[in-house]
Design a protein around this ligand. Structure first.
Ligand code: TXD
Length: 314
């Protein structure tokens, strides 16, 4: 298979770990860009030193010059600041929106044919910033969250049933926040819905733990947030696009009426392939599931309105 090219903007915990996971798949040459001078070059070199043992012989380069990202098939945006003491949610939104906007301008300039995978938080709102700033087609801008939230749910199910991780598939829709919508009816073990395998009270606990999966890790870490599972989720999405896998997974994508939601990025199941979001899958949701999705969408829309109030993207 011809190798692709992936650029990762922001080589912090998630970005650098994603670069490493992508390298191990040997599907793409990798560029890491960060504002911190020297850090990306150091990490690139360090990854390459491990290559002979880990058996990846891809090219990995680091820098801060965006001309390096030219001809990328996929660009991942993990640049952003974490919330600092004294900053409220809105302050963070403005700071990261500024960062994602400047990154997106460079993507549009140097990698106009790329598919953009947004990771920076607040995720669904940052997707809007990248979408509006790049001006790319809706299929080519998507956000990573649902795959991460689903893999957490998968792990909890496998742990509860003591079954093979790989046999569990899960579906988590909605925005990347407390109001995400884990769907037990569409979460299966070798095709059997977990609603046939586990008590409702047990499922409810797993749903709750999935919703709080990120916070549980932050509480342990104290500074910073999860990055191994987020990076693995990014690598899955990158692979789906580069290798044209047509993977069916939940991703934040721009809805234009699907699920009764208009003009909003939110997590829904999609087919991911060479053309980015190749198809949006509309599940037949029950009323309660649909109500939860609408509520989650309302929370995301509030964030987008905040963005519009404080920040003119174009
Ligand atoms: O599910 C999800 N979408 C998420 C999102 C899961 C995990 C992390 N999530 C968010 O991703 C998190 O809240 C942050 O907004 C981003 C990146 O998280 P990470 O843990 O990797 O943060 P780091 O380690 O602080 O890395 C951020 C890097 C750091 O190296 C900065 O120097 C760099 O971003 N940075 C920039 N790079 C390029 N250009 C600009 N302007 C820039 N500003 C900061």
């Amino acid at each position: 298979m011809p190798r692709g090219k992936v650029s990762i903007i922001g080589a912090g915990n998630v970005g650098a770990t994603a670069a490493y996971y992508v390298a191990e798949k040997v599907i793409a040459d990798i560029v890491m860009i960060d504002v911190v001078e020297g850090m990306t070059q150091a990490k690139a070199l360090d990854f390459l030193h491990a290559g002979p043992m880990r058996r990846y012989d891809v090219s990995i380069r680091g820098g801060s010059d965006y001309s390096e990202i030219i001809d990328s098939d996929v660009v991942v945006i993990t640049a952003g600041l974490p919330r600092k003491p004294g900053m409220d949610r809105m302050d963070l939104l403005k700071v990261n929106a500024d960062i994602v906007k400047s990154v997106s301008k460079n993507i549009a300039k140097y990698a106009p044919n790329a598919t953009v995978i947004v990771v920076s938080n607040p995720l669904d709102v940052m997707c809007h910033v990248a979408f509006r700033t790049t001006g790319f087609a809706v299929q080519r801008v998507l956000g990573m969250a649902g795959i991460l939230d689903s893999t957490r749910f998968r792990y909890f199910v496998a742990q509860e049933l003591r079954c093979a991780f790989a046999d569990v598939h899960a579906m988590v829709l909605g925005g990347h926040g407390d109001q995400m919508v884990p769907l037990p009816r569409f979460t299966t073990v070798a095709g059997i819905p977990i609603t046939d395998l586990l008590e409702k009270s047990v499922i409810d606990k797993m749903v709750d733990r999935t919703r709080k999966g990120g916070a549980e890790i932050v509480a342990h870490l104290k500074t910073g947030s999860a990055y191994y599972a987020p990076a693995a989720s990014v690598a899955e999405m990158v692979e789906a696009v580069i290798a044209d896998h047509k993977t069916l997974a939940p991703c934040a994508c721009y809805l234009r009426g699907e699920y009764g939601i208009e003009n909003l990025f939110i997590g829904v199941p999609v087919l991911l392939g060479r053309n980015g979001v190749e198809r949006i899958i509309e599940l037949d949701l029950e009323k309660e599931e649909m109500d939860q999705l609408k509520e989650s969408a309302n929370a995301v829309r509030k964030g987008v309105e905040d963005l519009d109030t404080f920040f003119t993207v174009r």
